[in-house]
Design a protein around this ligand. Structure first.
Ligand code: DGL
Length: 289
């Protein structure tokens, strides 16, 4: 589908918190001319331990907020939100919506030589079975072994990325995975790419790690081009951030993900997100009307 005169609008990206900055970093690197609005639901993070129903509600609210800002493309950077709410959000809004599962699954299906792929993610992502389903849809012969690693998210947020504590936790989570003879492992959570060094040590050099953030960013320019949404005019790009809790903490932890300083951060209230979601239900953007 082609979209007219929308090229100069920003790309909207949301995540449960800071984790989606791994995706944003890749998008900035690949498409520096594009403006972006990032929304981190820092007051309600983590999503990974919540029910699908709750994650869907939060995802619809975050999406409504960004759609109301006039974005041309919505990217769900959060694996958990993508796993449980992508289809619902796609039907709810008229603009193109990208999740993170499909690009990671495709890359894994292409990378595996022995047809055995591991997937790690939050409890909600693994419970949804979304990665396994998508990989098997691409190639039904592939055996997918999935495992949740709930302690990885708090460890990354604490800034413990490569030490003996993280390695101990990683060995506990991943030893069975290693013994199951996989040759490819999907890092199915925004935070896990920051633990790449440790995960690589535990899994060994023979296992290919798939970073879903990189895979997703590669797809963004393809989608923008095919939908006629690439930025065409020479206006300067802007980078705006919204959070639902303290901007200072977002800025502090965000540096770990972006390797860059974050400016122009605005705090928004959860109540206003809920109101916007209700208001947008009655507009032509929402409900597939
Ligand atoms: N962003 C989440 C994900 O990629 C991790 C953090 C959370 O549990 O909210 O699944």
């Amino acid at each position: 589908m082609k979209f007219e005169n929308m090229g100069d609008k920003p790309i909207g990206i949301f995540d449960s918190g800071v984790g989606g900055l791994t995706v944003l970093k890749e998008i900035h690197a690949r498409l520096p001319a594009e403006s972006t609005i990032y929304m981190g639901d820092t007051a309600r993070v983590p999503y990974g331990i919540r029910s699908a129903e709750t994650v869907i509600k939060y995802s619809l609210e975050n999406s409504s907020f960004l759609v109301e800002k006039g974005i041309k493309l919505l990217i769900i950077a959060c694996n958990t939100a993508s796993a449980v709410s992508l289809d619902i959000i796609r039907t709810a809004f008229k603009i193109p919506v990208m999740g993170v599962i499909e690009p990671g699954a495709k890359a894994a299906a292409q990378a595996t030589q022995n047809g055995r792929v591991g997937v790690i993610g939050t409890e909600a992502t693994i419970k949804s079975g979304a990665y396994g389903r998508t990989i098997r849809r691409i190639d039904p012969r592939i055996v997918v072994i999935e495992r949740s690693c709930p302690l990885f998210v708090p460890l990354v947020e604490e800034g413990w990325l490569d030490d003996e504590v993280v390695e101990l936790v990683a060995r506990r989570y991943l030893t069975a995975m290693k013994l199951s003879n996989i040759d490819t492992l999907v890092l199915g959570c925004t935070h896990y790419p920051l633990l790449k060094n440790v995960i690589k040590r535990v899994m060994g050099d023979d296992v290919v790690l798939i970073d879903s953030a990189i895979e997703k960013a590669k797809n963004v320019s393809k989608i923008l081009t095919s939908s006629g949404l690439l930025k065409t005019w020479d206006r300067p790009a802007f980078r705006k951030y919204y959070v639902t809790d303290c901007p200072d903490r977002f800025q502090e932890i965000g540096k770990r993900f972006m390797l860059d300083s974050l400016e122009d951060i605005t705090r928004i209230e959860i109540a206003s997100l809920e109101e916007k979601a209700i208001a947008l239900k009655n507009t032509r953007c929402f409900g597939g009307v």
